[in-house]
Design a protein around this ligand. Structure first.
Ligand SMILES: Cc1cc2nc3c(=O)[nH]c(=O)nc-3n(C[C@H](O)[C@H](O)[C@H](O)COP(=O)(O)OP(=O)(O)OC[C@H]3O[C@@H](n4cnc5c(N)ncnc54)[C@H](O)[C@@H]3O)c2cc1C
Ligand SMILES: *[C@@H]1O[C@H](CO)[C@@H](O)[C@H](O)[C@H]1NC(C)=O
Ligand SMILES: *[C@@H]1O[C@H](CO)[C@@H](O)[C@H](O)[C@H]1NC(C)=O
Ligand SMILES: *[C@@H]1O[C@H](CO)[C@@H](O)[C@H](O)[C@H]1NC(C)=O
Ligand SMILES: *[C@@H]1O[C@H](CO)[C@@H](O)[C@H](O)[C@H]1NC(C)=O
Ligand SMILES: *[C@@H]1O[C@H](CO)[C@@H](O)[C@H](O)[C@H]1NC(C)=O
Length: 589
């Protein structure tokens, strides 16, 4: 991180043509929008694109964050570590986490045109078919089944050759992928010289524990696969603001995007036993307040933290919690902000004999400068991707203590419990093998709440990490899985010794202590405005994503997932938005 910072000054800001993008609401002449979309991330960008493809719909996107067009730290995929804690990050922190020795963790979210897709780690993972089938079964809406979402996965994905034009045969199954969608996806342009081939060797050495999976995006992710990235053929990040809200769409006469503008509250448009809520209050960077009404719907796509925060400040939430803050309850909807769910993760490290500087996370400033020059001149090299070319997904053993004692929180037999992220690393001159274990089926549930009636105050974020005993036990077993992987013969002559906080943690008590001292987020919060069946006594939105007990308001972002998918969350959110747009268009045409 600090090495990256040193290089900041060397970065040249690319000049791109600026399409119509407003920086303040006072630049807009006529407020006759059919739809107002709050947030330009994965959910908001995709839904705004699809709605504005209908010529007689007029769409406004309101985004709190900064412009990202032409920002090189965002465009160059390998510079992503610069973005956490930057001006493109909301810089949230969690409340002290009792499961993690009471520490408050940083909790990054994109404060950016493009939302968190502007700052994320570009992994393309769909999750398992069981994940979506569970959404269908808990909501009673078969439209959420994996097979029924197929057209939306394809509408989202545009598979392209990697910028290096490397031969990627065998790294994914072409028929499972679309080449005609919106977000560019590619196999790694650059492959590590040691960690990738040795990882593949583990799959032949230990085929029962770590089988090779020819494509983790088939709906059956278990095994070790090549990782695809949301990176285009020019080696650039492909994200909500460059794809769905790219210049060719911003030029549509019926689509406006305004950045630097924060939605503070939703207001009642018509009161009644079922109030109509399609009016937003927004604050410009210069402190001016605007009140805007959509003629058809307001769509909240402010993400798992932003969406419940806006709802609570609007008086949509648990009346017992809103009243003491002096917020008048418009709709008593106690589930708003509840059931926040996030995956919990730890990293293990081993010292390696590598002398290849590009097999070392470009942590060396000299190497980083070379890599950046290579990216600029040929759009190839280590900065075109992250250096983790492979992921492993694994179920806990059938006789696992976690499963025996606490039950199975996974969505089904094709859903993994543990993800392994396998990468080279470097600390000073020491080269490392880093393998991260993540519980992708967490059982802990937390909340997003507020403690004042000032919408500009930060919300209280409580992922409640390791509050469920399943998560701690599963992570202890995940550490063992990582060790089984990293001590395979395939690493002989490369891995020399364990290092880092787990190096000396051999007995269960010290592994547990190392977990509690080191576990953190992998940035996949969901569930804080979850969908449930229309007659459920809990939940925030119906299966068509309309907010319960009101009209005029929908939610289209990660907050609606009742359970997190067993993988990374950007693709599921894009797919949620693709389906939402199709439901909205059906309703209004
Ligand atoms: C550091 C990091 C790394 C990640 N890595 C990966 C990865 O490798 N692969 C993967 O699949 N997923 C990854 N993710 C997760 C993925 O990016 C998110 O799941 C996804 O972007 C969520 O989409 P969303 O629409 O729900 O929210 P976001 O994309 O976060 O968009 C929400 C938008 O709403 C705006 N907003 C919030 N409040 C307001 C308000 N009051 N007024 C106006 N606008 C508002 C925000 O500024 C933001 O632009 C990562 C996330 C982070 C933070
Ligand atoms: C986040 O923190 C960094 C470092 O302090 C700061 O530069 C940046 O402006 C902050 N982001 C926001 C949105 O305020
Ligand atoms: C965390 O804080 C709570 C409340 O202050 C306290 O009871 C508990 O002992 C603390 N736990 C640790 C591990 O410090
Ligand atoms: C949280 O989700 C569970 C279902 O997974 C549900 O039974 C419970 O009522 C929810 N809690 C709230 C407060 O919404
Ligand atoms: C950084 O890279 C340069 C060039 O490859 C090399 O000479 C130097 O030893 C490296 N420094 C460290 C700390 O690895
Ligand atoms: C592990 O323990 C040994 C012996 O006590 C010590 O020398 C070494 O520094 C420890 N390693 C780490 C990474 O803490």
């Amino acid at each position: 991180m600090s090495l990256f910072s040193l290089l900041r000054n060397l970065l040249v800001i690319a000049s791109v043509s600026q399409a119509a993008l407003f920086t303040s609401l006072d630049q807009i002449k006529q407020f006759d929008y059919d739809f107002i979309v709050v947030g330009s991330g994965a959910g908001g960008g995709a839904v705004a694109n699809r709605l504005s493809a209908v010529k007689n719909f007029k769409v406004l996107v309101i985004e709190a964050g900064l412009n990202t067009q032409g920002v090189q730290d965002i465009i160059v995929p390998g510079l992503a570590p610069l973005l956490v804690g930057s001006k493109f990050d909301w810089n949230f922190t969690t409340v002290p986490q009792p499961g993690l020795n009471n520490v408050s963790l940083g909790y990054p979210r994109g404060f950016a045109f493009g939302g968190s897709t502007a700052i994320n780690d570009i992994f393309y993972t769909r999750g398992s078919e069981d994940d979506y089938n569970r959404w269908a079964s808990v909501t009673g809406d078969s439209g959420w089944k994996f097979e029924n979402l197929h057209p939306f996965f394809f509408a989202n994905e545009k598979l392209v050759p990697p910028s290096s034009n490397r031969n990627v045969k065998g790294e994914f199954i072409p028929s499972l992928h679309s080449t005609t969608g919106m977000v560019s996806v590619s196999a790694p342009s650059f492959v590590t010289s040691q960690v990738s081939p040795r990882t593949l060797e583990v799959t032949t050495e230990l085929p029962n524990e770590f089988p090779f999976n020819p494509d983790m995006n088939s709906g059956k992710p278990i095994g070790v696969s090549w990782l695809l990235y949301t990176v285009d053929h020019q080696g650039q990040r492909s994200y909500s603001a460059s794809s769905y809200l790219g210049p060719q769409f911003l030029s549509r006469p019926n689509l406006d995007v305004v950045i630097n503008t924060r939605v503070t509250r939703l207001l009642t448009t018509h009161s009644g036993s079922v109030p109509t809520i399609r009016t937003v209050q927004a604050l410009t960077a210069s402190g001016e307040t605007f009140t805007l009404t959509a003629s058809k719907e307001v769509i909240l796509s402010a993400g798992s933290i932003g969406t419940p925060t806006i709802l609570l400040h609007s008086g949509i939430g648990d009346a017992n919690e809103l009243n003491p803050l002096g917020i008048k309850t418009i709709v008593n909807l106690p589930s708003v902000g509840k059931n926040l769910s996030d995956q919990v993760s730890v990293g293990l490290s081993w010292i390696t004999t590598s002398t290849d500087p590009t097999d070392g996370d470009t942590a060396n400033t000299t190497e980083l400068a070379l890599a950046l020059a290579q990216w600029e001149s040929t759009r190839t090299g280590p900065l075109t991707t992250h250096l983790n070319n492979h992921l492993g997904f694994k179920r806990l053993n059938a006789n696992s203590e976690a499963l025996k004692l606490f039950g199975d929180p996974s969505a089904g037999p094709n859903s993994p419990h543990i993800e392994l992220v396998i990468s080279p690393g470097q600390s000073g001159a020491t080269h490392l093998l880093n393998v991260r274990a993540t519980v992708v089926t967490p059982a802990s549930r937390g909340s997003v709440t507020i403690n004042s009636n000032n919408p500009l105050d930060k919300p209280l974020i409580n992922p409640n990490f390791l509050s469920s005993p399943f998560d701690l036990e599963a992570l202890i077993e995940g550490v063992q899985i990582v060790r089984d992987f990293a001590t395979a013969k395939a690493w002989n002559g490369f891995v020399t010794a364990a290092t880092g906080p787990f190096a000396n943690a051999t007995d269960t008590a010290s592994i547990k202590a190392a977990i509690q001292a080191n576990a953190g987020t992998v940035f996949h919060p969901v569930g804080s405005a979850a969908m449930s069946s229309p007659n459920a006594q809990f939940g925030v939105v119906n299966p068509d994503l309309t907010v319960k007990k009101v009209t005029g308001l929908r939610i289209v972002d990660a907050s609606i997932m009742p359970f997190v998918t067993a993988g990374h969350t950007q693709v599921p959110v894009y797919v949620i938005a693709e389906r939402a747009a199709s439901l909205i268009i059906q309703k209004w045409t």
